[in-house]
Design a protein around this ligand. Sequence first.
Ligand code: NAI
Length: 334
Amino acid sequence: PTKPINVVVTGAAGQIAYSLLYQLAAGTVFGPDQPINLHLLDIPVMMKVLEGVVMELEDLALPLLREIVPTADPAVAFKDVAAAFLVGAMPRKEGMERKDLLAANVEIFKVQGEALDKYARKDVKILVVGNPANTNALICSHYAPSIPKQNFSAMTRLDQNRAQAALAARLNVQVDQVKKVVIWGNHSSTQYPDAAHATVTLQGSTKSVPAALNQDNWLQTTFVETIQKRGAAVIAARKMSSAMSAAKAAGDHMRDWWMGTKPGEYVSMAVFSDGSYGIPENIVFSFPVTIEPRGQYKIVQGLPISEFARSKLTVTANELEEERTEAYKVLQKK
Ligand code: NAI
């Protein structure tokens, strides 16, 4: 029988975790043969709420779920973990500036990076969901020097899923007929959702999405803006941020990283830039990647970048460099 792996979810009493934990316990992420121990980290004031989450996890009566460890102590939470979902973060409050938000989160991801460094498995796969996700991943890695940089990632899969769904709706096809949409850059409103390389299967034949859309400029205008602002649109309607879809995307991201991507397809993950596509190194930037089963991701090479795309890539890379500068300023003051 396969030995259980330890999986940590931070922000475990929050709304994304509430949807994510079920997927983990049900085996949709690590596979139906992989038992798991769930380590649930939240802050001390949330321990009572977390008790309720633990009760519900027990009541799922799912055989893959072995131990459940609720805690407010990072040393316990990160002990021997093989996978980490860093969901917990400081939410933006009324009147809070981006700088303040960054400062609060830099502190959280410093502590968690140090705990990962000390207590986690060295091959741990880390997915940062909590915002600002890309820069949080950068900080976290900075404080976990014994873990390879390639093991850190931030989530842009929700943006990819949104883009894929929007294209399918526009083309009037089922969502799985659209492939190879790319999200470039930051998980923020500067991200560039790019359908230039995407394909669609219509009546059994596969063609490029721009060709199928007859080259109208919808892809450069409405499409890009809709995806960039989708998170805000959900908040405006629901009065709370995307949670079910964010949890599903987190599961998709980790499953593909763990099990590999499908042949001929790629997915978007924010990872350390190695300079591909002229993007500056040492920022966590969303690229298209392919992954071998149980392997490392590889950034897809050689996609043609139009002038329009280049201008978008530059904007989002600049924003990430600014976030990095601000984050390091905060850290130096400490
Ligand atoms: P939430 O507010 O419902 O839950 C967050 C939880 O994190 C709370 O229980 C809080 O107590 C906990 N927390 C705060 N500081 C912590 C710490 N130091 N250690 C452990 N836990 C801590 O928020 P929700 O809706 O679950 O969202 C979580 C994060 O995910 C937010 O930062 C949100 O902006 C981000 N997000 C990212 C998306 C992406 O695509 N990358 C999509 C949607 C949300």
